[in-house]
Design a protein around this ligand. Sequence first.
Ligand code: HEC
Ligand code: HEC
Ligand code: HEC
Ligand code: HEC
Ligand code: HEC
Ligand code: HEC
Ligand code: HEC
Ligand code: HEC
Ligand code: HEC
Ligand code: HEC
Length: 410
Amino acid sequence: MTRAPLRSLLVALGALLALPVGGAAQDDLACLACHNDVELLRAQASNGVDPIGLHVPPGPLRASGHGDMTCAECHTSFERFPHPGAAETVTCGTSSCHTNDPHPDWEGSVHARIQEETGIAAAECTACHGVHDVDALDDLRVEGGPAMLRMNASCISCHEAQNHPADPHADTASCAGCHAPHAMREIDSPDSWVAPLRQAETCAACHEAVTDSVRHDAHGAALQRQGRVTPLAWPPNPADSLAPTCTDCHGAHPMAGPPPDSVSRTASPEMDFQMEMVRRCAACHVAPAESYYLTYHGKATRLGSGVSASCAQCHGAHGVFPADSAASAIHEGRIVETCASCHEAARAAFVLYDSHPEPMNPDRNPWLFGSFVFMNAILLGTLGVFFLHTALWWLRIWLDMRSGRGHHHV
Ligand code: HEC
Ligand code: HEC
Ligand code: HEC
Ligand code: HEC
Ligand code: HEC
Ligand code: HEC
Ligand code: HEC
Ligand code: HEC
Ligand code: HEC
Ligand code: HEC
């Protein structure tokens, strides 16, 4: 024990030489003499205290968002050792520093509620930010940067089910970009940043052009009208005529997006995406989907063709409007152009083709109805005569056998 004070003096001198001599660094030397030396802590720590856990190297603190703070600013009255009972570590939100921002936001969060109700430490400040290595805000805001990825890893440490490395947002966007950094709400709360009516605003932070078109198209307008505040249970009941928001088409965890242009259109990621999108449209638009599957496009898509037309390739994905609206991709003023994106030779006559045939409906197309009835009549007639003929033939054989005239061949 006698060597300890000497040792701490040496450590302090060493630290003095090794560290940049600045305000905070200078003030911390006394603390670091022990707290940056595991051997010293091991010698002095009272029973059962883990010296490794008390080891606080200054590097991470200096590189952190709190780089110019001293130990004593957060750990008050620790100057003497053994540390007096009155010594106290500040709490980020309730002591002086972050009382107004962001503590109130956090207090209203799902994390604070769970912590309050269950006593389980749901995310408190340090669970997300770390303790001595708190990243600076400027670093946290670099989308895809190391600080943001570390923050996402904190979320994932508790929310493993949302860890999807192949998600387009996994290495590019922060979880908090969609869920709010502090005011995270229950998923079915109208105040959640991902509530249906709020998604356009949330996603717009990064996808402005897309979002603008969705806000004003048939789906966006219907969503506003319906004022839906809770997520849609999927698959929806088509009878409810509920309008989709971004994640009703794209999903959320994981999210589906079109693969990059470099991926061949016949490769499976593109096909998976288009098939999934058709399934999503079809869940709400049942009759148009049924008729689509009667066409070449629908049959080819169902069989796995990556190049045939999906719903969104004719109607658009984000600027979806009724056919009689001039903004619709299938409006008479634009439909030739839409078909021509795949059928280069498309002209006005070509687009008369019925993309949603209803062969049983004489009002929609009497010619189609007529030929449907005619072809089916021929089919049924032919099969009917064939079956009748076969049945009579068997009857004759049976009668012949019964009367003992034996089997005879034709
Ligand atoms: C002489 C060595 C020494 C010095 C100097 C020292 N500490 Fe400690 N500190 C310890 C030891 C040993 C413990 C473990 C406490 C125990 O064993 O009861 C500790 C514990 C702590 C704890 C944890 C308390 C807890 O209850 O979890 C904090 C925080 C702390 N010290 C901060 C500081 C700060 C800040 C300074 C400088 C102002 C400082 N220490 C200076 C040796 C020291
Ligand atoms: C911005 C505020 C802040 C600064 C600056 C700071 N600490 Fe801490 N420190 C904390 C918080 C918060 C905790 C966690 C307390 C808890 O979990 O109960 C902590 C915990 C500790 C612990 C205990 C470790 C444990 O697991 O309980 C020690 C030891 C410690 N700090 C030492 C230091 C030393 C030495 C410095 C200066 C080099 C320093 N701290 C600077 C906020 C700070
Ligand atoms: C669920 C994780 C999480 C929790 C818990 C959390 N934060 Fe944050 N915090 C973040 C994220 C993410 C950012 C980055 C915000 C951004 O990019 O705008 C952030 C930013 C900050 C900022 C800088 C911007 C601002 O809003 O002022 C401060 C200060 C801050 N947090 C303090 C706290 C305090 C204090 C607590 C505890 C009351 C806390 N945080 C709890 C995730 C969290
Ligand atoms: C692009 C926006 C976006 C990003 C980025 C995002 N989420 Fe989500 N998250 C959502 C949406 C939307 C929901 C609503 C659930 C749904 O519609 O399936 C959700 C739901 C959740 C839920 C509730 C459980 C559930 O699946 O319904 C948790 C927990 C969650 N997210 C955590 C995270 C974590 C952790 C990250 C980062 C790894 C993250 N989220 C990134 C949009 C996002
Ligand atoms: C210390 C663990 C922990 C950390 C870290 C954490 N969470 Fe949570 N979170 C919870 C718990 C516990 C709940 C409540 C139970 C649940 O719904 O999973 C919750 C709830 C949520 C919810 C609401 C889920 C719902 O179904 O209503 C969202 C969204 C969420 N967290 C997002 C995040 C994001 C984003 C981060 C990182 C910025 C994060 N969490 C960090 C533990 C944590
Ligand atoms: C009705 C279904 C539907 C809705 C609602 C929808 N999307 Fe899309 N989204 C699609 C389809 C289909 C594609 C693929 C378009 C293509 O192949 O070019 C797509 C492509 C994208 C892309 C990548 C290509 C691009 O255009 O940048 C992003 C980003 C995107 N959507 C974001 C959003 C956001 C944000 C919202 C909500 C504001 C939203 N989507 C709402 C169906 C939808
Ligand atoms: C913090 C920024 C941010 C937010 C918020 C955000 N995204 Fe993204 N999103 C990105 C980035 C970055 C990419 C990757 C872009 C790329 O790979 O070209 C991406 C990719 C996508 C893709 C795949 C695009 C493709 O070409 O495959 C879709 C779909 C998408 N986001 C939808 C959404 C939706 C829906 C929301 C809101 C619920 C949302 N995003 C919120 C940043 C964000
Ligand atoms: C969650 C259900 C849902 C999903 C998914 C969905 N829609 Fe819609 N769609 C609606 C509702 C509701 C309307 C508005 C009807 C109204 O205004 O009365 C609508 C309107 C339309 C319209 C305008 C015609 C009209 O009747 O107003 C077209 C075209 C359309 N959707 C195509 C699509 C396509 C293509 C997809 C897939 C990329 C799709 N929808 C996905 C529910 C959905
Ligand atoms: C080859 C292009 C094409 C494809 C693929 C296609 N449609 Fe259409 N769709 C049209 C045209 C053209 C119309 C307008 C004429 C009509 O009613 O048939 C239309 C009409 C509609 C309407 C009614 C619009 C209104 O204003 O009343 C809806 C809803 C619709 N389609 C949904 C879908 C869905 C869902 C799919 C996929 C399952 C799909 N469409 C596939 C071209 C297409
Ligand atoms: C995304 C690309 C794409 C779009 C958009 C598209 N088609 Fe097609 N269509 C195809 C492909 C691929 C075939 C398969 C025939 C081929 O190889 O040329 C096809 C086949 C056809 C056929 C032949 C079907 C048969 O029964 O023999 C017609 C007619 C047709 N499309 C009409 C249209 C019309 C009209 C539009 C616009 C309303 C349209 N297509 C939009 C890709 C597309």
